[in-house]
Design a protein around this ligand. Structure first.
Ligand SMILES: NCc1[nH]cc(CCC(=O)O)c1CC(=O)O
Length: 331
């Protein structure tokens, strides 16, 4: 007798199919049950309108959540950065697996890096966050670049570079890794240059809250450190009252040791695993103004502590004028 398959609701895009496939395998291992992919078409997949006009990437999540709520599928996998910060009562993020590379990555011709781009280089990205930080970097390094709003799937975006319409495009490294195309990256952007989107590189595995058995089984795939980090990042985003299309970057990670001397100190080893650094940025799209702050504290051990970390940094950013930078659209 074979056990009944668990149904995983997924979008049809290459990235969604890749990450759902990877999670399906892991879930099958921890539950001992087969997992079947159920394709769901979302409004974001069929609409030609600019994402900003149809309410951001949350549209991708909505159709999957409706399928969950209707009981058509048992669980779903989302890119955490696309997940709205408000959590519906009837659904629960049962697992946040260990994060992939959170960095943004640049694809150019001739193996050029950001710093090698010619004067007047046109860089494609639909993300106000990427635009703001790239333009700020260019200003402070005497570079002359133009950020060009684009959208579309990975093939479309990289196609602009291959066809010579743009000098560069910026995509999330994690997405390219997951679809096996990280070899096309010519420059992994330092998070000191471009801070990623809150939750970037992480996945959320969501199911209905009343399915206690499944919630418990999926929880085995949870990585507490990644969950603490993304909870702090998303709390920052929520406290800024910003959506996923706002020019906001955030990253929580373990800070490096401050001095080489400390490396030999057994006390220092204990310290680095107990501290988390949260960085946040919000900027104007032209890069003329950036509010960029960080805070370091003990690794949050509870949801409340992680939320407080994000909220506190957001309050400092708001005190420095962050609110005035959030309304801008990519065009
Ligand atoms: N905005 C769309 C989106 N949502 C998640 C990823 C992949 C990376 C991730 O899981 O964070 C991407 C593509 C991109 O930004 O290039």
């Amino acid at each position: 007798m074979t056990e009944k398959a668990l149904r995983l609701g997924t979008r049809r895009s290459k990235l969604a199919m890749a990450q759902s496939g990877q999670v399906a395998e892991a879930v099958s291992q921890v539950t001992g049950r087969p997992v079947e992919l159920v394709e769901i078409t979302t409004y974001g997949d069929v609409s030609r309108e600019h994402l900003a006009q149809i309410g951001g990437t949350g549209v991708f999540v909505a159709a999957l959540r409706e399928a969950l709520a209707r009981g058509e599928v048992d669980f779903a996998v989302h890119s955490l950065k696309d997940l709205p910060t408000a959590q519906p009562d009837e659904l629960v993020v049962a697992a946040v697996p260990a994060r992939e590379d959170p960095r943004d990555a640049m694809v150019t011709r001739d193996a050029l890096k950001l710093t090698d781009l010619p004067r007047g280089a046109r860089i494609g990205t639909g993300s106000p966050r990427r635009m703001a930080q790239l333009n700020a970097y260019a200003r402070s390094h005497g570079m002359d670049i133009e950020t060009v709003p684009i959208r579309g799937n990975v093939d479309t975006r990289i196609g602009y570079v291959r066809k010579g319409e743009l000098d560069a495009v910026v995509l999330a490294a994690a997405g390219l890794n997951r679809i096996g195309r990280s070899d096309e990256v010519t420059d992994f952007l330092s998070v000191d240059t471009v801070l990623p989107a809150p939750g970037q590189g992480a996945l959320a595995i969501e199911c209905t809250a009343d399915d206690a058995e499944l919630v418990a089984a999926l929880a085995e795939l949870d990585d507490p450190l990644t969950r603490a980090a993304v909870t702090a990042e998303r709390s920052l985003l929520a406290a800024l009252e910003a959506g996923c299309s706002a020019p906001v970057g955030a990253l929580a990670d373990l800070p490096p040791l401050s001095a080489p001397l400390e490396r030999g100190d057994p006390q220092a080893d204990g310290r680095i695993v107990k501290e988390m650094r949260l960085r946040g940025v919000v900027g104007s799209i032209d890069g003329s103004t950036l509010v960029q702050l960080s805070t370091t504290g003990p690794v949050p051990q509870t949801h409340e502590a992680a939320t407080a970390l994000g909220r506190e940094l957001a309050a400092e950013m708001l005190a420095q004028g962050a609110a005035g930078l959030m309304g801008e659209r990519a065009q």
